[in-house]
Design a binder for this molecule. Structure first.
Ligand code: M6R
Length: 614
């Protein structure tokens, strides 16, 4: 999705903006642009280009070709109007004196555009964003007000979700930032200040950040940042310190972020798990939900999108098993349109890496409206979902840059399992011995992941055998089915191979008609209780000519080899934790297949890291 960066200070803004934008590339975009005000020339210069940021950077000689110490930059992911130089941001007002970068969507742009056109304002782009720039200028001119007042008047007219960065040649020492339903972060520097939609864009320059709240407006000058609430009353912002290292968001010698993040999983798991197991018990930091409340909960409802939803699917199997209360799982994009049965006895668990996914955010708000308590499992500290939840459990995975999630998925799953165990202990629904043995096994997960990661050759070999296939099916039962959903998504999103996951028992209800000579079926059979069933499904597939690549535990590897064409094994662990290990070979398989197909692994086509539009 779109990215915003802004800088005001004493240094040349061009290189800083381009560097910031390069750190937002991972979010997905189709064009980029900057607007910089030159004190020397006393004018705003705007430069935009469709395509990779490199095109813009070459055009501007890495930023050296633009003069000025204040500016805003943007990477665009087209919503209104196709990717093109003209539709790229910054969008400018008709005089060229106001430039706007925008993430999100202005829902009533057509109505506002018609109004402005009636006033004689000409438009040059198809974007909703141009309306904002033109509207601000309209108020400056007709109401004879300054830029801040004109922004305030415009905000009363526009509807939708937006993060805005605005500069104006008439008041050229300030950037105005606005946030509503789209993240925006203020960066506090020394003699300079920053604006960004994602902390990775500015972490090289400052670690002191403020998270803008919905409805807030900020005025950034090189000497300070003043924030206002939606009534334009001054507010004090809390400043947070970002404590992860700059190189956590860099490739560090790896060819791809995705591979780096796969390899980082054991460490990420240690961060997510180890501090939360103390003296043989689950310990959840700053946990404010009371025991009385938790005992009163009748139902858990998990809402999330994509891979985070797949974590929720595993959660359904695991939590129902150990808690014996109903656990519903819903795609966040469906939740608010399905009239969900949620009340004050429902604990809604929201899972999100970015903490900014718009569908998930909307589901959270709907659940809140219905009276539920919200517990979120989030990676990005200070993100919108984290801040709007009653309780947050951070995954501590560190910055995840590759579009395809890996370490965030693993840590989400670990945290969800820990939460389940915490509740099971509280509610007394799990035998004590089993509770302790799962915790012991959880502590061993990072080392077992390391074993899988140090023995990747088999997986790479199978990828070389199958990378040319055009269609793949993942099958499994119970947690293996939920795991298959993730394995399938991983493969399709980065390799562009058509891939579907099915509950094995469903094969015979339709899908088996697609199995023919050479069709690749990835059969997941890690769950010992259902191993024989997994074997039967493999036989069914093979009888129709399918090629089976199976995943199972070491205990069952030999047995599996008698039937499947290829077998990948994982170490044994407690059944609740099998997907935590099983996902690693599936991530690696997808990675190697995509590599062999020459795909753009970290930035797959049409995808964005954080989906902030509906
Ligand atoms: O940031 P979130 O966890 O809310 O994102 C949800 C999905 O967009 C995300 O998991 C997506 O499916 C990933 N690309 C999968 O690798």
């Amino acid at each position: 999705m779109c990215g915003i960066v802004g800088y005001v200070g004493n240094e040349q803004a061009g290189p800083i903006l381009l560097d910031g934008l390069s750190r937002l590339e991972y979010r997905g975009y189709d064009s980029a642009g900057v607007a910089v005000y030159s004190q020397r020339d006393q004018r705003l210069s705007v430069h935009k280009a469709k395509g990779r940021l490199q095109v813009l950077s070459d055009m501007l000689q890495g930023g050296a070709a633009v003069d000025g110490t204040i500016g805003v930059g943007h990477t665009r992911w087209a919503t209104h109007g196709a990717p093109s130089d003209i539709n790229s941001h910054p969008q400018v007002s008709r005089s060229g004196r106001i430039a706007v970068v925008h993430n999100g969507i202005i829902e009533n742009y057509a109505e506002l555009k018609a109004f402005l056109q009636d006033q004689g304002v000409p438009f040059t782009s198809e974007t909703d964003t141009e309306v904002v720039a033109q509207l601000i200028e309209y108020f400056c001119e007709t109401d004879k007000v300054g830029i801040l007042e004109a922004v305030g008047r415009s905000l009363r007219r526009i509807q939708g979700a937006y993060a805005l960065g605005i500069i104006c040649a008439d008041e050229p020492d300030q950037i105005i930032a606005v946030r509503k339903d789209s993240p925006l972060i203020l960066g506090y520097g020394n003699g300079c200040n920053f604006l960004a939609s994602d902390v990775t864009a500015i972490i090289r320059h400052t670690r002191e950040v403020g998270y803008m709240d919905d409805g807030e407006v900020a005025v950034l000058t090189k000497d300070g940042i003043q924030c206002y609430n939606h009534l334009m009353q001054p507010v004090e912002k809390e400043i947070s310190h970002v404590d992860w290292e700059v190189d956590a968001a860099e490739k560090g010698g790896y060819e791809h972020f995705m591979f780096k993040e796969i390899m980082e999983q054991p460490e990420a798991m240690r961060r997510a798990i180890f501090p939360r197991i103390r003296d043989g018990e689950v310990f959840l930091e700053d946990f404010a939900l009371t025991e009385d409340y938790l005992r009163s909960v009748h139902k858990l409802y998990i809402v999330a999108c994509g891979s985070s939803y797949h974590v929720g699917m595993i959660g359904k199997y695991n939590l129902e098993r150990i808690l014996r209360i109903p656990v519903e799982v819903s795609l966040a994009s469906e939740f608010r349109y399905m009239d969900p049965i949620v009340d004050d006895k429902t604990l809604v668990i929201v899972i999100s890496q970015s903490g900014e996914t718009l569908d998930t955010m909307a589901a959270l708000r709907e659940a809140k409206r219905l009276g539920a308590t919200i517990l979120s499992i989030v990676n990005v500290v200070g993100s919108s979902i984290a801040r709007e939840s009653d309780q947050v459990l951070y995954t501590w995975a560190g910055p995840e840059i590759a579009v395809a999630t890996t370490k965030a998925y693993s840590t989400q799953l670990a945290v969800l399992n820990l939460l389940g165990l915490y509740l099971a202990r509280l509610l007394g629904t799990m035998p004590e011995e089993e509770y302790h043995s799962v915790l012991e096994e959880m502590l061993l997960l990072p080392a077992k992941m390391e074993e899988i990661l140090s023995d990747k050759d088999d997986i790479q070999y199978y990828a070389s055998q199958y990378f040319n296939h055009n269609s793949v099916f993942f099958i499994g039962r119970n947690v293996d089915y939920a795991l298959g959903l993730e394995g399938s998504l991983k493969l399709k999103e980065i390799s562009y191979i058509h891939s579907e996951a099915y509950a094995s028992g469903e094969l015979k209800h339709g899908t088996i008609s697609l199995i023919e000579e050479g069709t690749l079926v990835v059969a997941l059979g890690t769950y010992a209780k259902l191993f024989e069933k997994a074997m039967s499904n493999i036989v069914e597939v093979k009888a129709r000519g399918g090629d089976v690549l199976a995943l199972t535990t070491r205990t069952h590897g030999e047995e599996m080899r008698k039937t499947a064409n290829g077998v990948i094994t994982i170490p044994e662990t407690h059944p609740l934790l099998l997907p935590s290990l099983g996902v690693v070979p599936l991530q690696l398989f997808a990675y190697y297949v995509a590599l062999m197909r020459g795909c753009d692994i970290d930035k797959p086509r049409n995808l964005a890291k954080s989906v902030t539009v509906e």
